[in-house]
Design a protein around this ligand. Structure first.
Ligand code: HEM
Length: 503
């Protein structure tokens, strides 16, 4: 139902007009008049309807809701959002696929974005994660190369399994993530039935300025549900917008989806001696050693009134953390801190923070002024420079964080080869043997085999063999099953040093 019932039709400048069936012309059949600026206004606005889609995560769905604190974690963080059990904070959450364009199908095999904006009283906190606790790479320098393999081939303009497996086979650190991706969790049944993860290691700072390293987990209270490969392919044809429709309808029908927020914590001392680099995004922290701690519940209970206004114009940035939450040395997180606001300025413009979905509902005091589409009064007549003698706005030392001890040398490449640093196989092996059920394992093998049959071109054998080596190194049974599924003759395929026995 329109919000403007019984109102006159107007131009964009609010001028009512009387007739809207055809353009002003010289006589009934004559050419059009230049003075019909309404015709021009309509055509010109239409030509400007598209903004750049997100370079990744272009297809998505979002909803507003609330986050409610259920457990006291104030000894770990002074973030105001957590300062009282029962406290509620408004959120906006956007889910997405990664590689597809804005019109692509929701059931593609892909990680799913899981981005949450908490409108806290001390500014907006964006937790911009995925439905996986890990990622394909651990250094931001590889991100654009990796994403190119997930997009279209520059010659065929088609998606290319060859590019994908070429990259993965040349970057063994991606094995852990692709094990997850090619399990049925790579094709979740919409967005309500998947977990979310902050993925990176962040830090919590408490009121004594003590730091803990922290990982965030959102556990779906709807339970995990996935499509099999065949079901996901079928759904692509039946309803490419399955996940959008599912989320929207469940909220319209008041079946509000919920996720329990939990954390894992590690002290700075524990981090120094942990067998893996705790800031390596291709690794998880053992939940036996660092158990999940309950924090609260996120509920999505309000659909946006307009998709473009809120979902398309939403801008999430890992840089946006609030007092009591901070960064870590995770290289990927460090890279993302710069990348997102840059993307937003390109995609939405310099004043994107003022769009309603992005705007902090509490006080904003700074001296940034002007720029295209400034819509918030631009600071009025108050001073536009700092320091000044006229207002009383100043930085507050209470927000200063504990100092952070760092290595003093620029790291040389050989420093990156320490113990545990390049073990890309132990955790994928544990994932295969201990996390997946017998049925999950069968599906994983089936999904890998089906995809890898699509590898072609002059490097086909190299790519397949190189990828098989990674599977063997993670788990011999997994390597054998995929090799058999692909009909690979292992004797011929692998040089002696790569046979399963030596894996
Ligand atoms: C979106 C860059 C890694 C999750 C984006 C966007 C860029 C980007 C430029 C589009 C932003 C926009 O236009 O609004 C990068 C870079 C990465 C990286 C440079 C690595 C160095 C990751 C990782 C995760 C992630 C590791 C998850 C753990 C997301 C999500 C979105 C997104 C969820 C969509 C946010 C939304 O719904 O608007 N990324 N990304 N990205 N990225 Fe990343």
């Amino acid at each position: 139902m329109s919000e403007n019932q019984n109102q006159p039709l107007t131009t964009a400048s609010g001028i009512p007009y009387y007739y809207h069936e055809d353009s002003q012309s010289v006589g009934a059949r004559g050419p059009l008049l230049l003075q019909d600026f309404i015709l021009h206004e309509k055509m010109a606005h239409f030509n400007r309807e598209r903004i750049p889609e997100r370079v990744v995560h272009a297809k998505g769905s979002g909803a507003f809701g609330t986050f409610t604190v259920t457990h006291d974690i104030t000894r770990y963080t002074r973030a105001k959002i957590f300062n009282q059990v029962g406290k509620q904070t408004r959120v906006f959450t956007r889910f997405s696929t990664v590689g597809g364009e804005k019109g692509s199908a929701d059931t593609e095999r892909d990680p799913r974005g899981f981005a949450v904006k908490f409108y806290t009283e001390e500014g907006n906190w964006d937790l911009v994660g995925n439905n996986t606790p890990i990622f394909f790479i651990k250094d931001p320098k590889k991100f654009s190369d990796f994403i190119h393999t997930q997009k279209r081939d520059p010659y065929t303009n088609c998606k290319s399994t060859t590019m994908m497996f070429d990259f993965w086979s040349l970057n063994p650190e991606s094995l852990h993530q692709i094990m997850f991706l090619f399990s049925d969790r790579g094709t979740p049944y919409g967005y309500r039935h998947m977990h979310g993860f902050g993925s990176h290691t962040f830090s919590f700072i408490n009121d004594k300025n003590e730091r803990h390293w922290v990982k965030f987990h959102f556990k779906s209270l709807q339970g995990i549900r996935n499509f099999t490969l065949e079901e996901s392919v079928k759904m692509k044809g039946e309803d490419p917008d399955f996940a959008q429709r599912d989320l929207l309808q469940s909220i319209d029908n008041k079946a509000f989806p919920q996720w329990a927020l939990k954390i894992q914590l590690m002290t700075e001392e524990q981090a120094k001696s942990y067998r893996y680099n705790p800031f390596d995004l291709t690794k998880t922290w053992s939940q036996k050693e660092f158990p999940l701690i309950d924090v609260g519940v996120m509920e999505l209970n309000e659909n946006p009134r307009n998709y473009f206004a809120d979902v398309e114009q939403a801008a999430f940035a890992p840089a946006h953390v609030v007092d009591g939450v901070s960064y870590s040395p995770d290289k990927m997180l460090q890279g993302r801190i710069l990348s997102y606001p840059d993307a937003h300025r390109y995609r939405l413009g310099a004043n994107y923070e003022q769009l309603p979905v992005n705007r902090c509902p509490y006080a904003i005091n700074n001296y940034e002024r002007d720029g295209a589409m400034r819509i918030d009064g631009n600071g009025g007549s108050s001073p536009n420079y700092f320091p000044n003698s006229f207002d009383n706005i100043k930085p507050d030392p209470a927000y200063q964080q504990a100092p952070w001890e760092l290595d003093s040398n620029v790291a040389a490449h050989f420093d990156r080869n320490g113990e545990g640093e390049n073990d890309h196989y132990s955790q994928p092996g544990i994932f295969y043997r201990e996390v997946l059920s017998a049925e999950d394992k069968q599906h994983l093998v089936h999904n890998f085999v089906s995809a890898m049959k699509g590898i072609d071109g002059p490097r086909k054998e190299d790519i397949i063999n190189r990828q098989l080596c990674h599977f063997f190194r993670a788990d011999i049974g997994l390597g054998m099953a995929i090799a058999q599924g692909l009909g690979v003759n292992l004797e011929q395929a692998m040089p002696q040093k790569h046979t399963p026995q030596s894996a």
